[in-house]
Design a protein around this ligand. Structure first.
Ligand code: ADP
Ligand code: MG
Length: 592
């Protein structure tokens, strides 16, 4: 069977996406490949299709055991022979799979299993077509999700020198790229790197002033949508989850402090659209293939731009317009720096601190988010603005603020650089806080000199002065606000200071919105949910939203018409074609 015929027959797609064919050709010629393609680009197909076409069984190494199940269900649904091996599978079932490896086209396996002598000897006896390393950035210490078990994957090339290895990731800086190829001992790999841009994602990064209020306000118009809310700590997850639950939302939670069973249940509920929202720590998400995640919210700033890119990228895998919103605060940076210090190697601490600072710089930037984000991966955005991020959609004005800066700096000076940001702001605003009165700070000349300004506004000025290098935060146990060598120029009236202010407008984000019949969609969703429940599978494994939307647009009445829809191949047509056609026909026929 040729590539295109297999694409249509097994996957129901009629054309390859960019880079897919190139990667598939390499694998078919037994050449090593290293591909960096963003989430939603269609990396899985790049190895699933050659696995079907080639003789023998392809071995997929994937880090998250809980998600192998979805991938394997999805493949089985399409008539592809696949199985997985990990700690969730009963030993006798693993034995069964291992006893007859050659009957499969794909085997998913966790890295720590693969390196065990017993598995290696089975693999030696099997007819292997090639190896796949998914989420390959896990092998690098410089990446954002290092997994020590990935280190031993160098034995693949040593033990199977004639088998091609295809490594895939969505996120990698240049350093990580080089590291991956070296660690895996890839032989002159064909490298593919596409743009990091995800044009269907709308990016917003906003200062956090009242987390619960901000989240609730955001969720209100998104009641029907599925999304992930990332919080920085387990406690943060618990609190936000309980709060949203009490507000009557369908929400689940996920973090490493829960039992395996609880995590599994939460994930299932989310995958099955029973819980529309999941509140989670970073522990959740890698390999989550739910395609209709319409929003990702960050309640805290992640530890690096790469991690942020990876997490926000889980939205809109199906290519439909989706929103990524981060709420950040200066406290987040302090926390990340604090966490960096828990490492033992000085080099790692330094690296992590730098990453956190870069991330914070990114948050507080007033440039187009897309340009900044792509720039982080050394990519130049083709336009000079994206019109789909908060900065492009808001107006910024620059104000001259030398006097404001002088007032703030002299207050820091009078407090002898021994207090934190909030205290300084309180003094400037003339707070009657008993700490201030107890220390006699109400007698300072700067006490109350900025009383008419709001707390938020002052905070914005202070943060901006930090970014401009006129103030700094001390590194000790308590973060103190201190002067820098540049502060003097301002206090001596030798330098003018500018502040930028942002004002939100009603401009609409420029991303492609598709128009379709929402009532028919709801009916088709119900049909899909019924099929999914009966089969014990997540709805998106039966059909992606995108496929149902195409059905709504074209309203096919025949099997041939249905086959034209992206995502419906012969196997799916056979299994569910009638149910879909009946639903469409019923909807289109006016009642008698
Ligand atoms: P990645 O692993 O790169 O994040 P996936 O492999 O999960 O992306 O694919 C994302 C989505 O794109 C899936 O819904 C998949 O079915 C779809 N897809 C992949 N290849 C094609 C194609 N050639 N045509 C249409 N849809 C595709
Ligand atoms: Mg993938």
């Amino acid at each position: 069977m040729n590539k295109l015929a297999a694409l249509q027959r097994y996957f129901g797609f009629d054309a390859f996406r960019p880079y897919q064919e190139e990667i598939i050709d390499c694998i078919l010629q037994n050449q090593d490949v290293f591909a960096v393609l963003p989430t939603g680009a269609g990396k899985s197909l790049c190895f699933q299709l050659p696995a079907i076409l080639l003789d023998g069984v392809a071995i997929v190494i994937s880090p998250l055991i809980a998600l192998m199940q979805d991938q394997v269900d999805y493949l089985n649904q399409q008539g592809i022979r696949a199985a997985f091996i990990n700690s969730s599978v009963a030993p006798y079932l693993i034995d069964e799979v291992l006893a007859d490896l050659n009957q499969y086209q794909l085997i998913y396996i966790a890295p720590e299993r693969l390196v065990q002598a017993r598995f290696l000897s089975c693999l030696k006896k099997a007819n292997i077509s090639f190896f796949i390393i998914d989420e390959a950035h896990c092998i690098s210490q410089w990446g954002h999700d290092f997994r020590p078990e990935y280190r031993s994957l160098n034995l693949l090339k040593q033990q199977f020198p004639n088998k091609a290895i295809a490594a895939f990731t969505a996120t990698a800086t240049q350093t990580v790229n080089v590291d991956i190829c070296e660690q895996l001992l890839l032989k002159n790999p064909h490298k593919v790197q596409s743009s990091f841009d995800r044009p269907n994602l709308i990016i917003r990064i906003i200062e956090r002033d009242h987390l619960q209020k901000q989240i609730l306000a955001y969720l209100e118009p998104h009641a029907e949508h599925s999304g992930i809310i990332y919080a920085g700590t387990r406690k943060g997850v618990d609190e936000l989850h309980d709060f949203l639950l009490a507000k009557g939302l369908r929400v689940a939670k996920y973090h490493a402090g829960l039992s395996e069973k609880e995590r599994f249940k939460a994930q299932r509920a989310f995958m099955n659209d029973d819980a529309l929202i999941i509140v989670a720590t970073v522990a959740f998400g890698m390999g989550v293939h739910k395609s209709n995640i319409r929003f990702v919210i960050h309640a805290n700033m992640p530890k690096s731009v790469e991690q942020y890119y990876q997490e926000m990228g889980r939205a809109g895998r199906d290519g439909l317009a989706s929103e990524c919103t981060m709420l950040y605060h200066y406290q987040d940076l302090l926390l990340q720096k604090h966490l960096a210090k828990t490492h033992t190697e000085a080099e790692i601490i330094d690296h992590q601190e730098k990453m956190a600072e870069q991330m914070f710089g990114f948050c507080s930037s007033l440039h187009c988010r897309r340009i900044d984000l792509l720039g982080h991966f050394a990519e130049k955005y083709i336009h000079d603005r994206c019109d789909a991020c908060d900065n492009c959609l808001s107006e910024t004005k620059v104000i001259e603020g030398t006097i404001i800066a002088q007032k703030i700096l002299s207050c820091v000076y009078r407090l002898k650089e021994r207090f934190g940001m909030n205290y300084v702001i309180d003094v400037l605003r003339g707070s009657k806080n008993k700490n201030i009165l107890g220390r006699g700070h109400e007698t300072l000349s700067t006490y109350g000199i900025m009383a008419p300004h709001g707390q938020k506004e002052l905070q914005h000025y202070v943060l901006s002065l930090i970014q401009q290098g006129f103030l700094q935060i001390s590194q000790g146990e308590y973060p103190l606000l201190q002067l820098t060598p540049h502060s003097r120029k301002i206090l001596k009236d030798k330098q003018t200071v500018f502040f930028r202010q942002k004002k939100h407008t009603d401009k609409k984000a420029k991303v492609q919105h598709v128009d379709y019949d929402k009532d028919l969609f709801a009916q088709l969703s119900a049909v899909r949910k019924a099929i999914a429940t009966k089969a014990g599978l997540p709805p998106f494994v039966i059909f992606h939203d995108r496929t149902l939307i195409e059905v709504c647009i074209h309203k096919p009445h025949t099997q041939a018409g249905l086959l034209q829809i992206n995502g419906i191949g012969e196997e799916k047509l056979k299994r569910y074609g009638d149910a879909v056609l009946n639903c469409v026909k019923g909807y289109c026929t006016p009642p008698l």
